[in-house]
Write a protein that binds this ligand. Structure first.
Ligand SMILES: *Cc1c(COP(=O)(O)O)cnc(C)c1O
Length: 387
């Protein structure tokens, strides 16, 4: 049979993650490719989920989400950022941030509309844009003074008459950049000038280092009314398998997203929702410890990668480090990623897979540091073989 997959999804057929994970398993390499933690979230939150299941919270919750979670999301946004969202009508619970992103793009973009996305990007963005029949307009983040950022002129040039939305992920996976107020002001200015909707992926909102603040784009003047804010419990509370996310936006935007969401999944799993509500209200102290621990892990891994001979970009947030492979004499991250298990017993992800134009990220590898210290130390000691 010819490939039965619709044409617009064919370029998304195979992902590098399956290949790299299989490689790690086959070779016994330390896997720093996968971006999920190898330790559990706050015990009382886990207990809350167990209680919910045992207590009979096992049928369809309301389409917009369990009220307890919508209220906790609203209270969290207000307390942390001074942004008010009505839990009834301006908050929608989704099956992770991933569904929120897909539903937002499907709900808000007509076929042929353009969506500006910073590359490298989280891999679901391009697929969601393609599913909607929309057109990706990539703007490249490049290293400048030790961090990845965009060229304001390139950003300005990316918007045109067909541009509908801009997707903004800060703290940014995979570069670790946390956008500054100045960068966000440029994005806000573009949105105002071209009447764009902003879709912000803030799943790493709590995971910033060295006191660098996460500034939601929606806090900038004029932005709340045109921004769809997306976040999720997965990264904040180390429960990436729970797939519990949420959208905060003005009512007409939430209604649009919910119109699509109800026919993708109708609603999200109930037990995780009450546990996530507990966590947002009572476990931010635990998150502060997670953040401090991750900062130390970042330092551990960046020091090790530097000692191994990579040029390392120290991230201000997220789980990930970008390493330039050229000082070690390599030029293609995909080639090196496939050889790294035999060269050094470690698995990483070639960053080029996160670009619309892979040549722009050819020389980077992405390493994850959301792992136990002994795992990072083992990887670092193995990577010394490269030097
Ligand atoms: C992990 C991740 C997501 C997915 O979040 P879920 O809640 O698991 O769907 C979305 N965006 C980015 C940037 C991520 O790293």
């Amino acid at each position: 049979m010819d490939d039965p997959l619709v044409a617009r999804m064919r370029e998304f057929g195979t992902t590098i993650f399956a290949e790299m994970t299989a490689l790690a398993l086959r070779t016994g390499a330390v896997n720093l490719g996968q971006g999920f933690p190898d330790t559990d979230g706050p015990p009382a939150m886990l207990e809350r989920a167990v209680e919910a299941v045992r207590g009979g919270l096992n049928q369809y919750p309301p389409g917009p989400g369990v009220p307890e979670l919508r209220q906790a999301v609203s209270a969290h946004r207000a307390a942390r950022y001074g942004l008010d969202y009505d839990p009834d009508g301006e908050v929608l619970v989704t099956v992770g941030a991933t569904e929120a992103i897909a539903a937002s793009i499907l709900a808000l973009c007509e076929p042929g509309d353009e969506v500006i996305v910073f590359e490298p990007y989280y891999d679901s963005y391009a697929a969601s844009v393609a599913l909607a029949g929309a057109v990706l307009r990539p703007v490249t983040l490049r290293p400048a003074e030790g961090r990845f950022t965009f060229d304001p002129a390139e950003l300005a040039a990316a918007a045109g008459p067909r541009t509908r939305a801009i997707l903004v992920n800060s703290p940014h996976n995979p570069t670790g950049t946390v956008f500054t107020r100045e960068e966000l002001e440029l994005i806000a200015g573009l949105c105002a000038e071209h009447g764009l909707i902003a879709i912000t992926d803030e799943v790493y909102e709590h995971l910033t280092f060295d006191g660098v603040p996460h500034i939601p784009l929606a806090t900038l003047p004029g932005m709340r009314e045109r921004t769809v804010v997306i976040s999720s419990a997965g990264k904040t509370f180390s429960v990436t398998g729970w797939k519990t996310g949420w959208v905060c936006a003005p009512e007409p935007l939430v209604r649009a997203v919910q119109t699509v969401k109800q026919f993708l999944t109708f609603t999200a799993s109930a037990p995780w929702q009450v546990a996530a509500a507990h966590a947002l209200r009572h476990e931010l102290g635990w998150v502060a410890e997670l953040r401090a621990g991750l900062q130390a892990k970042r330092d551990r891994l960046t020091a090790g990668l530097t000692a191994a001979g990579f040029d390392v970009y120290r991230p201000a947030g997220t789980y990930f480090v970008q390493a330039d492979i050229r000082p070690l004499g390599f030029t293609d991250g995909l080639v090196l990623a496939r050889e790294l298990p035999s060269l050094a017993g470690v698995v990483a992800v070639p960053t080029q897979v996160f670009y619309a134009r892979p040549d722009r990220g050819r020389h980077f590898l992405r390493f994850a540091f959301c792992k136990r210290d002994e795992v990072i130390d083992e990887a670092v000691s193995r990577l010394k073989r490269l030097a």
